[in-house]
Design a protein around this ligand. Structure first.
Ligand code: 5AD
Ligand code: SF4
Length: 441
């Protein structure tokens, strides 16, 4: 039987979670639920959560306080926690008295059932992790408003077990979707008018599928996509430095529709730290990969993740992270301070011994350095020509529009009746560390 109810969903954390919210939207749509944009108008509020750092979890607890008030005013409202934090905190949510049900990342097919269970007032949970669930044959329902750039998840879970990371525990073992399913989903996006897709996986390079005696790896999948969809801009994230191959780098260089941008999280520039993190590569290996990328794909956009204050990180280790950043000259970076995650190897075996003030100071040093590097990187492209994909009006002025280069730089240009989805040629005139300003040529 179809429900005639409405739901509101809010997504926290990574792009993978945005893709998962689209899976949830498809499941709920099939069960008769309609999506609303205001929690006040909903019968059901869903928070799709992230557990990667404590501050991501705090944001969710704060949100729950807000919804507690809403629930007091509107008793039938049900609140569900989805995603990594549901998986990690589990029945801890029952005590909050606000949450009606929780569902981990592999339980979204069960959502309609789970919601029904809550009508008997009981707290309901579905936390089974699966070795096989890839939401096969389930076409995600696009919930972003732009209808321009879509996420396509190609692998789920992670087998790497970096010692600081909660993901293998919250998302389970790695599995890949079958190539036919992936290609269908991209075809669907193209037919809906999308101009860009981003292939998603915790470690996209380890994509692997056997079908009818044929095996497909990431490079093979990427090649098929680039060949079948010559008009789409293709991006992917996240690559792991230990297995980004020469073949992959050459494939990116060989297809003009695969964007020249690689996000390659380094995490630390110190070999001692990388070893205890269980990253599976050294500083030298990482720098060799960067060298290969810069040689084969000149001008390739490069970004990274790096964090300060891992257990035992010395001042020399921290300086090694800074010198690596300086050597690579990343265009941009996501920077964090270490947050101990219960249940991980680091939480069990390593003392979180870098004082909070030191973590903050080191993080600020990383940020200051990256701001300089981003500024330099933008300075280096002034006077250069790029194709940019227009995304919409500039947030500062409606006389301007913004778009992205294939290297993932944000460019603002005066509007000339451009529509989202147009690709225009621009020359870069000026810059800040975060933005380029150009004009059409
Ligand atoms: N503490 C701080 N940062 C972390 N990340 C993952 N786990 C932690 C943690 N425990 C960062 C890594 C990863 C990004 C998604 O989040 O840099 O690449
Ligand atoms: Fe994404 Fe990791 Fe956060 Fe889960 S814990 S939402 S996989 S970043």
């Amino acid at each position: 039987m179809k429900e005639n109810k409405s739901y509101y969903i809010e997504t926290f954390g990574c792009q993978m979670n945005i893709a998962d919210s689209e899976v949830v939207a498809a499941v709920l749509y099939d069960a008769g639920y309609s999506q609303v944009q205001q929690p006040e108008a909903a019968d059901l509020v869903l928070l799709n959560t992230c557990a990667v750092r404590d501050n991501a979890e705090q944001r969710v607890w704060n949100k729950l306080q807000h919804f507690k008030g809403l629930k007091k005013k509107h008793k039938p409202l049900k609140i569900g926690i989805l995603g990594c934090m549901a998986q990690r905190v589990g029945n801890g949510f029952e005590q909050s008295k606000v949450v009606d049900f929780i569902a981990g990342p592999d339980s979204y097919r069960n959502l309609p059932e789970l919601i029904k269970q809550t009508s008997s007032e009981a707290f309901a949970s579905a936390l089974e992790l699966s070795r096989t669930e890839t939401y096969e044959a389930l076409l995600p329902r696009r919930i972003d408003q732009s209808k321009l750039s879509g996420f396509v998840s190609i692998t789920r879970g992670c087998n790497n077990f970096c010692s600081y990371c909660i993901v293998p525990y919250t998302r389970g073992r790695e599995r890949s979707r079958n190539p036919g399913d992936v290609l269908n989903e991209i075809d669907d996006l193209q037919q809906k008018g999308y101009k860009e897709i981003t292939l998603l996986g915790q470690n996209v390079n380890s994509y692997h599928q056997e079908e009818d005696g044929q095996s497909t790896g990431f490079t093979g999948l990427l090649t098929s996509i680039a060949t079948q969809f010559p008009k789409l801009r293709i991006r992917f994230t996240t690559s792991h430095p230990k297995d980004i191959s020469d073949a992959l780098i050459e494939t990116i260089a060989g297809h003009s529709n695969i964007c020249n941008h690689i996000h390659l999280p380094v995490q630390s520039g110190s070999n001692d730290v990388l070893k205890i993190m269980n990253r599976g590569y050294t500083r030298e290996w990482y720098l060799d990969r960067i060298h290969k990328i810069k040689t084969v794909i000149p001008g390739c956009g490069l970004s990274t993740d790096v964090f300060a204050g891992f257990p035992g990180e010395t001042e020399a280790d921290h300086k090694a992270s800074m010198s690596l950043m300086q050597q690579v000259k990343f265009d941009s970076a996501f920077m964090f301070r270490y947050s101990e995650r219960p249940g991980t190897y680091a939480a069990k075996h390593l003392k979180d011994d870098v004082p909070e003030e030191t973590k903050i100071r080191r993080l600020n040093e990383l940020i200051t350095l990256q701001n300089q590097l981003s500024l330099e990187s933008n300075k280096n492209v002034t006077g250069k020509h790029f194709d940019i994909l227009i995304e919409g009006k500039s947030k500062r002025s409606d006389k301007d529009v913004f778009g992205r280069t294939e290297t993932n730089k944000l460019v603002i240009v005066p509007d000339n009746n451009y529509k989202p989805g147009n690709i225009i040629k621009v020359i870069i005139g000026s810059y800040t560390s975060a933005t380029l300003f150009g004009k059409a040529i």
